[in-house]
Design a protein around this ligand. Structure first.
Ligand code: SF4
Length: 324
């Protein structure tokens, strides 16, 4: 992009990949598809993905977001479970109430649920590396009876965890963690319990890994980095942390352009920009537009990986689509 002499020049390193992953696209399309097939309202348990813009857009189309199935009347309207996954008790309750339920849990989260089940059937005690309170962690722990899974959140937790039987031990992880932090915790567990069983291929998903990798490439050469994403989005928070650890002096998480602290960018000559997996590209464009109002932007894309991942819609929604 040509520099405008009227404005100060700002070099922007735009991370790629950034923003929506295949699991988020599938979850949002599930709600849109259900709205198209059944009409409004379509109930969604929890934010379908952690992004206010996405949630408000779907609300405007007729989605109603609830945290508890008890909030849904027996009206025949469908309910969709969010991309983060749900404890087993939720689909069971939906079945009991004969709700028309669709599960938009990301297939990569479901894969972790299945791993945990296999470990449980093999009578292994399970360590889940993740963050307490995150819906994905609640969903994964809720796949199995209480007490089957122990949450490990920090290196200290990994150092002090005492298994019932270290010969019958396994671990799984949340999909949206810091790759390096998780590797460090796994290393501690493996050192202490050499027989611990883990995933064949790590549980941190391709989208989290690739977005962190792109941030690691730009972090050492930028003065600051903007992560477009929500405060309750785990992978967005991790991008901010990864940037700071990889040498970026300051990283900011913004939901929209209105959140940018312009004074903080005063001395910035080179700015990194990325977006969490639940942040739509339209919000990145909004941020770039706001930057372009103040600076002559010189934008360069820094690519860490090509992504072609695609997850088909939940089967019933797919079949309804095919029948049209
Ligand atoms: S961030 Fe990863 S696990 Fe989460 S929805 Fe996207 S692809 Fe699935």
């Amino acid at each position: 992009m040509a520099a405008n002499p009227q404005k100060p020049v700002l070099k922007v390193l735009l991370c790629s990949p950034r923003g929506f992953c295949a699991g988020v696209v599938r979850a949002i399309e599930s709600v849109e598809r259900a709205l198209a097939i059944y009409g409004a309202p379509v109930y969604v348990r929890h934010e379908i993905v952690h992004n206010r813009y996405v949630v408000e857009s779907l609300k405007a189309k007729g989605a109603i977001f609830v945290e508890d199935l008890a909030e849904i009347p027996d009206s025949g309207a469908p309910v969709i479970f969010s991309a983060h996954g749900v404890p087993r008790a939720i689909p069971e309750e939906a079945t009991r109430r004969q709700l028309l339920a669709f599960d938009a849990t990301c297939p990569l989260v479901t894969k972790v649920h299945r791993e945990a089940e296999i470990h449980f059937r093999r009578e292994r005690e399970i360590v889940l590396i993740g963050h307490a309170g995150h819906p994905e962690v609640i969903g994964t722990m809720g796949q199995l009876p209480a007490g089957s899974i122990t949450l490990v959140q920090t290196i200290d937790d990994a150092k002090t965890f005492t298994p019932r039987d270290e010969c019958k031990l396994a671990y799984v992880t949340q999909t949206t963690l810091s790759v390096e932090d998780t590797a460090a915790m796994v290393e501690v567990l493996k050192r202490r319990f050499p027989q611990i069983v883990g995933p064949h291929k790590e549980d941190i998903c391709y989208a989290t890994t690739n977005r962190q990798e792109a941030v690691k490439r730009v972090a050492p050469v930028v003065d600051a980095l903007i992560v477009v994403g929500a405060p309750n989005s785990s992978n967005s928070q991790r991008l901010k942390e990864v940037a700071e650890r990889a040498g970026c002096p300051r990283a900011f998480l913004v939901q929209r352009a209105a959140d940018i602290e312009w004074q903080a960018l005063d001395a910035v000559a080179t700015l990194g920009v990325t977006a969490g997996a639940s942040a739509p590209e339209v919000l990145v464009e909004e941020v770039l537009g706001a930057l372009a109002e103040r600076y002559a932007l010189d934008i360069e894309t820094v690519s860490a990986a090509e992504e072609g991942m695609f997850f088909p819609l939940p089967r019933p929604l797919r079949e309804e689509q095919a029948a049209e």
